[in-house]
Design a protein around this ligand. Structure first.
Ligand code: NDP
Length: 447
């Protein structure tokens, strides 16, 4: 790592040694910037690394609500407004018991570079709560979301900060959050994305992150002269990203072997087809059931309790789409031993640094989340554009724009990697390309 980057990293580590996920994401970005920082001293002179690693603002608040038994509950709420140099803060809300400031700072930090890569004018932010929507009634989820928004509304706005969904925040939650915002400010504004179609949403937004990752992985595979057609694919997770990743892989002629949730993994030796995926979508999105129920329904499916997919079956491509640090060095070794040639991250930072290093050392195509899963936020940007114009584009139009954006992210990441002398290193390429635009904007805007 370059001396300036190492000094700033040590300083952050000394101040917040407990923020492990945040340190992990900062380390990965700083490691990529060495040559750039040596070449151009303006970034050090303007303290860009110091300024890009401290959020412009962090809002922390209590979220009291009443459960179905009439008891008062209280959760912690957050919004990390990380960087607004190139546009309003943009990034999802995560509702999960594991949520803390380190996780939201890592996600917000990643979001700065991801949003920059989309070429859209979007700054970086992230937020959420340690609230767990699982096993809660609709009324309890509504009560929580309304209380969350009662506090958050004064810090966000269409030109200030536009949150979206993430783990635990889907269409239902966005609806309750938007409903409360609208009541308070008395305006139907584009203050959230991931909205339903009949009150301001965009076609293809639900599909965008998963579809985008398949488009990005296809571009990587193309550099080796292959495609998804006839390939076996392991996918983790069974939420929004995993479902539409599976749908696009099937459309492209691939064979989806696995899906998972926090209770375990299902392996389907015959492959998950559209009919089976429809069952899974109804199970997860309507009945809000566990993935093990899929195995109860189909004889070709086996459920492995407590396991992740990576060591359970062979595959050509792995698309981790659940959560951070879910694919470690042993998993990467086993995948490669079994013939895997490409890992592309639908989730944010699902691969550990050791797993990423192993992929690079073994010539495995590796698509980092900030590039590969940027299709979600890019289509959120398209939702904001449609809202501003008070019109909606056709699904084909949005999908074509999404495909174009993913093609472009792949191209700029590859060019930046090539210029750094490592053409297949998309981590390096995405970090350099994403950083430069934001860093230059910070300098342009003055101190
Ligand atoms: P969902 O809440 O819809 O689904 C999350 C899935 O991951 C569920 O199957 C969940 O299982 C599983 N999961 C969550 N936490 C864990 C855990 N600790 N261990 C094992 N499994 C877990 O979220 P999304 O699909 O929206 O998000 C998935 C990933 O994609 C996240 O990393 C998110 O940041 C990233 N992402 C999402 C975008 C989007 O547009 N939604 C955009 C870009 C990135 P269970 O139900 O049992 O908890």
């Amino acid at each position: 790592m370059n001396n300036y980057a190492a000094r700033v990293f040590e300083d952050i580590k000394a101040k917040t040694p407990w923020e492990k996920e945040f340190l992990q994401s900062v380390f990965e970005v700083f490691e990529s910037l060495g040559k750039m920082l040596e070449r151009d001293r303006k970034y050090e002179k303007n303290c860009i690394l110091e300024r890009i690693t401290i959020p412009e603002r962090v809002i922390m608040f209590q979220v009291p609500w009443v459960d179905d038994k009439g008891n008062v509950q209280v959760n912690q709420g957050y919004r990390v407004q990380f960087n607004s140099a190139i546009g309003p803060y943009k990034g999802g809300l995560r509702f999960h018991p594991s949520v803390n400031l380190s996780i939201l700072k890592f996600l917000g930090f990643e979001q700065i570079f991801k949003n920059s890569l989309t070429t859209l004018p979007l700054g970086g932010g992230k937020g959420g709560s340690n609230f767990d929507p699982k096993d809660k009634s609709d009324r309890e989820v509504m009560a929580f979301c309304q209380s969350f928004m009662r506090e958050l509304y004064s810090h966000i706005g269409p030109d200030t900060d536009v949150p979206a969904g993430d783990i635990g925040v889907g269409g239902r939650e966005i609806g309750y959050l938007f409903g409360m915002y609208k009541k308070i400010v008395n305006a139907h504004q584009s203050v959230l994305t991931g909205k339903s179609l009949n009150w301001g949403g965009s076609l293809i937004r639900p599909e965008a992150t998963g579809y985008g990752n398949v488009y990005f992985a296809s571009e990587m595979l193309k550099t080796r002269g292959i495609s998804f057609d006839g390939r076996k694919v392991l996918i983790s997770g069974s939420g929004n990203v995993a479902q539409f990743t599976a749908q696009k892989v099937i459309n492209e002629g691939g064979k989806v072997i696995s899906l998972s949730d926090s209770s375990g993994t299902v392996i389907d030796k015959d492959g998950i087809d559209h009919e089976k995926l429809e069952f899974i979508m109804e199970l997860k999105n309507v009945r809000r059931g566990r993935i093990s129920k899929f195995a109860d329904e189909y004889p070709s499916v086996t459920f492995f309790e407590g396991s992740k997919p990576w060591q359970l079956a062979s595959a050509d491509v792995a698309l981790p789409s659940a959560t951070q640090n879910e694919l470690n060095l042993d998993d990467a070794k086993e995948l490669v031993k079994n013939g895997c040639v490409c890992i592309s991250e639908g989730a944010n930072m699902p691969s550990t640094p050791e797993a990423v290093e192993f992929c690079h050392a073994n010539d495995i195509l590796f698509g980092p989340g900030k590039a590969a899963n940027a299709g979600g936020v890019a289509t959120s940007g398209l939702e904001m554009s449609q809202n501003a114009m008070r019109m909606g584009w056709l699904a084909e139009e949005v999908d074509a724009k999404l495909k174009g954006i993913m093609h472009n992210i792949h191209a700029v990441s590859r060019v930046a990697a090539e210029e750094s002398g490592e053409p297949d290193n998309y981590v390096l390429g995405a970090n350099v390309a994403g950083f430069k635009k934001v860093a230059d904007a910070i300098i342009d805007l003055g101190v």
